[in-house]
Design a protein. Structure first.
Length: 136
């Protein structure tokens, strides 16, 4: 925070000088913010950092049908990271214990055994979007 405050003060001083010289419009302001609670998770760099957090995940699964063609199925959900393997570039996801997932079993009910045991084993390249999820 101290570094951000020092940068902001120095930037403001230079901006004031530029406003007085007329090289930038008057009343320009700078807003510094963090990526926020629902930040995008970079794969695989951020996996270890956010492994204990619920994540909103959009993904696709490829499968071979009877005719030998490939079909693509898209999915999404709120998951938790169970494990990942950087060498194989895969991750194992489970259903996160958050309100939206519990409500699928019925209002006021916890995740059932089938939900707690369900796993999605998927390669990194199949993950379209991963961002932190806030249950509030």
């Amino acid at each position: 925070m101290a570094d951000i405050e020092a940068f902001s003060a120095a930037y403001r001083a230079r901006l004031d000088e530029a406003e007085e010289a007329g090289s930038v419009p008057k009343n320009v302001s700078l807003e510094v913010s963090s990526p926020g609670v629902e930040r995008v998770v970079r794969i695989p760099q951020d996996l270890d950092r956010f492994k204990d957090r619920a994540m909103y995940v959009k993904y696709f699964l490829e499968s071979v049908n009877e005719t030998g063609g490939v079909s693509v199925e898209e999915g999404e959900g709120i998951f938790r990271l169970v494990s990942f393997d950087l060498d194989l570039a895969v991750c194992l996801l489970g259903i996160a214990d958050v309100r939206i997932n519990r409500e699928k079993a019925g209002k006021g009910r916890p995740l059932n055994k089938k939900q707690r045991d369900w796993r999605l084993n998927t390669p990194f390249h199949s993950l379209r979007l991963v961002r932190l999820y806030s249950d509030t």
